[in-house]
Write a protein that binds this ligand. Structure first.
Ligand code: SF4
Ligand code: FES
Length: 236
């Protein structure tokens, strides 16, 4: 089959403004949109820029807006699209070139929640053990590949006035450590998250959950952080 890809193009070094370029590609229905992009770059236009690495939904680098919805190009099969597909960079972020966006702001926010285990007690002889039940509390959050599709789709992050909101991806990682039985910094984490630009910036709009390619219940996890903060202030 033949499929048309209408792709956002912008090279800040030479273009005055963005434009769209349409390419026609021969594809098998079971090909992924990433295969089509690769075919364009390898056979038609080597100037087209986009990121990808694993090709299998693991690295999180090929997040883009596909027909208006953020997702991974490596997870979208050609058979699920009609004749023409609109491909744009993730919104919210500054475009570096074509479909490549600058994620430094996203990563700064992510790093600000201390995305690592904090322990204060002396290490045990063998390891810091955890029961399967304790692990199950946060195992869905571990699936996050930092593709940024959730943050790019969040209406709060899309609004210039509230773009300082930390965004759902960072909160998923905060959830992961707050609910990890081995972590010993819950008070510090709660103080860090208890802010209008952090967990309270979420207005429960569910857009993050709708787009997450790893099917993480993002909004629910943010809700659980809110509940944990509330309970820490109102002990029974
Ligand atoms: Fe991507 Fe989902 Fe992680 Fe957000 S929570 S960064 S959408 S994998
Ligand atoms: Fe790695 Fe799509 S290329 S997630």
């Amino acid at each position: 089959m033949l499929i048309k890809l209408k792709i956002f193009r912008f090279d800040p070094n030479k273009d005055e403004k963005p434009y769209y370029q349409t390419y026609e590609v021969k594809a098998d229905p079971m090909d992924r949109l990433l295969d089509c992009l690769n075919r364009i770059r390898w056979e038609q236009d080597p100037t087209l820029s986009y990121r990808w690495s694993c090709g299998h939904g693991v690295c999180g680098s090929d997040g883009m807006r596909i027909n208006g919805i953020c997702g991974l190009a490596c997870q979208k099969l050609v058979k699920n699209f009609k004749e023409e597909v609109l491909i744009e960079p993730l919104p919210v972020f500054k475009v570096v070139k074509d479909l490549v966006v600058d994620l430094s702001f996203f990563l700064e926010k992510y790093n600000s929640i201390k995305p690592y285990l904090i322990t204060k007690s002396l290490p045990p002889e063998l390891e810091r053990s955890q029961s399967p039940e304790q692990q199950r509390l946060f195992e869905e959050a571990i699936r996050c590949i930092l593709c940024a599709c959730c943050t790019a789709s969040c209406p709060i992050n899309q609004n210039k006035e509230t773009e300082s909101y930390i965004g759902p991806a960072a909160l998923v990682r905060a959830f992961r450590y707050l609910f990890d039985s081995r972590d010993e910094a819950s008070e510090e984490r709660i103080a860090l998250l208890d802010d209008k630009d952090r967990v309270w910036g979420c207005q429960t709009l569910w857009k993050c959950t709708e787009v997450c390619p790893k099917e993480i219940p993002v909004t629910k996890q943010i809700g659980q952080i809110k509940k944990r903060i509330y309970e820490s202030k109102h002990p029974k």
